[in-house]
Design a protein around this ligand. Structure first.
Ligand code: GLN
Length: 221
């Protein structure tokens, strides 16, 4: 029998009944939809509360974090999204999305969602090196390094105790982290053809859905 594929995460199809939303207020949501659908997921744009309530997981794309934050408030999504996350909704923030998830943002007055125990610095690579690519080994992703695209990217300055660091640059700068059902990446996996990061998130969503459907071991009184 052949050995298990080294890229099992990338090729695992999403369970047909897993629906993943992509917050489609601003930024590169279209590329995330393409990537998720390529993996077989039922991926939908999310702009309203009704749409948000139908999804098993949500991607917050890259773009401009201050703009997305303003639109979340304008579309009455900020508080409901925070409540859904508190209730266990899996969320993946890429770049601006990671900034929105962070509890602490060094150069933003009031972090909008403030749900993940990370400290993020916006535009941390400065003006001269706004964009670059790096080959990254990512915990939980098999099959060799992933080409990560950074565009005016934030970095994760500190990760709290319950946070797993998934990837760092050679100098130790954290660029991917996970805390329970929350995933944050500084870079843009939706801008390459490598779908492994989307596969990892789909796996998180499928696991969360399976866990919420499983019978409770003991009824609470
Ligand atoms: N610099 C942007 C911000 O602060 C993030 C850039 C991106 O998402 N590519 O929101």
């Amino acid at each position: 029998m052949p050995r298990a594929s080294r890229i099992a995460v990338a090729t695992t199809p999403a369970p047909a009944d897993v629906r993943v939303g992509v917050l489609a207020l601003q930024g590169d949501f279209a590329e995330h939809l393409v990537a998720l659908r390529a993996l077989g997921a039922d991926a939908v744009e999310v702009r309203t509360l009704d749409q948000l309530r139908t999804v098993d997981g949500l991607v917050i794309p890259g773009g401009e974090s201050t703009t997305i934050a303003r639109l979340l408030i304008a579309f009455d999504l900020l508080e409901p999204l925070r409540d859904l996350i508190a209730g266990g909704l899996p969320v993946w923030g890429t770049c601006a999305g990671a900034i929105l998830l962070a509890k602490r943002v060094t150069n933003l007055d009031r972090p909008p969602l403030a749900v993940m125990d990370i400290t993020v610095e916006r535009n941390a690579f400065g003006r001269q090196v706004d964009s670059f690519e790096a080959d990254l080994d990512i915990a939980g992703i098999e099959g060799g390094p992933l080409c990560a695209v950074f565009i005016r990217a934030p970095i994760i300055r500190r990760a709290g105790r319950g946070v797993d660091v998934l990837a760092s640059l050679e100098d130790g700068t954290i660029v991917a982290a996970r805390e329970g059902r929350l995933l944050a990446t500084s870079f843009h996996p939706e801008l390459t053809d490598d779908r492994r990061m989307h596969g990892l998130f789909l796996q998180m969503v499928a696991e969360a859905k399976a866990a919420s459907a499983a019978p409770r071991p003991r009824a609470r009184r």
